[in-house]
Design a protein around this ligand. Sequence first.
Ligand SMILES: [Fe+2]
Ligand SMILES: [Fe+2]
Length: 268
Amino acid sequence: MTFIVKILFIGDISGRSGRKLIKQILPQIKSKYKPDLVIANCENAAGGLGVTREILNELTAYGIDFFTSGDHVWYIKDFVPELHDVSLPIVRPYNYEKTEKLPGSGYRVLDLGKEGKLMVVNLLGQSFMRDHARSPFWTMDELLEQYQDQKDLNILVDFHAETTAEKLCLAGYLKDRVSAVLGTHTHVATADARLIGNTAYVTDVGMVGPLNASLWIKWENAIHNFKFPFKMPPMIEEEGEMVFNSVLLELEKGKAKSIKRVDNIQTF
Ligand SMILES: [Fe+2]
Ligand SMILES: [Fe+2]
């Protein structure tokens, strides 16, 4: 009897073009790799900034089971109160305070049947981030202490952070204590997916969205904002090459067995 769970984790889905690519490509990827569970970061799924209940439903219909997020999850004001609904398949970074104004949960334990359970945790970095969240190091200590008697629990951490050093250090800190530390937020896929002890790691999974842009913002607007003090609004690039970045994980009783990149490029 095998207890291996195969998880496809997809980087930040960005805007309409990102969603279009998910619709187009996810069925093929699922039939090729046969993941038991598909998780995606959705913080940029609505026009590049934030997410809505309708878009979560849309992405669920395309085959995604659960969502992580990040600093942009608060961007659409009408969506924030929806985070009170615990039936929504989404977590927001755990290390934001939990208050009436900052609803939602930072982790969820999913029942995978014979493959056991998976805890999905979302954390925000502190280095070069606009928001000031609590230390991801200390908060993970507190969280893991609550679950220390569940030795076989698979634990996947989406660490939504800017710097390589902070991501690597959290991975080193959580080595053999969680099953995976997967970086998101920079939208740039890194080539360092590997096992660190029993913990799968990648500095950044990447994104699903426009390749020829700055993150997902049209170059014209992004470049203007580097040159001039008066800013242009971020416009999402909807044409050209679109990139799909993800990693495929195999976890067994809390330990990572493998991690590999699954990437693709399509032209719209
Ligand atoms: Fe993002
Ligand atoms: Fe972000």
